[in-house]
Design a protein. Structure first.
Length: 161
């Protein structure tokens, strides 16, 4: 039985698992750097050495980036329409479609650089330090990216800052 489950995990595509505020498939918020290295991921440190942050990518997770701080994954972001949230939102979907999916749980905020036309669709967990932000392109009205993870990291606008 365990061999069958392991084989299915290896054979399944990474985007078959839904993205949640806790991660995607076996890639979880809190995953240590050692586990990222073991899966073949590589990281690029933030240019400012005063900031404890880096971005990691793994070949088996195309179109997905992991923000690492404190030696652990604190945020996962996708820019690939093959991935979906647990509720069904994807990169490329119209803002109106995503708002229908999430309803009152999702709030609309102006994008700090492209507002009022550009928006963030924001979900912050009530009882946990996690959240989700969907970035809406002001020209297309569609999702450019989705990021999940620890609320403090999800809110960062320019990657690590």
């Amino acid at each position: 039985m365990h061999l069958l489950i392991a084989a299915l995990l290896v054979l399944s595509e990474p985007w078959d698992a839904p993205l949640t505020k806790h991660g995607i498939g076996t890639l979880r918020i809190g995953t240590p750097v050692a586990a990222l290295r073991a899966m073949g991921a590589t990281g690029e440190a933030y240019p400012d050495p005063e900031i404890d942050c880096s971005y990691w990518r793994a070949p088996q997770w195309p179109g997905l980036a992991m923000m690492v701080s404190g030696g652990r994954v604190v945020r996962i972001q996708i820019e690939d329409a093959r991935y979906r949230t647990a509720s069904g939102a994807r990169v490329g979907m119209a803002e109106t479609e995503i708002l229908v999916i999430y309803g009152a749980a999702m709030r609309v905020e102006p994008h700090p650089y492209t507002g009022p036309d550009g928006h963030y669709l924001v979900y912050q967990a009530r009882s946990e330090p996690y959240g989700l932000i969907v970035e809406i392109n002001p020209e297309t009205g569609r999702a450019d990216g989705i990021r999940v993870g620890l609320w403090e990291a999800v809110q960062l606008i320019e990657g690590c800052s």
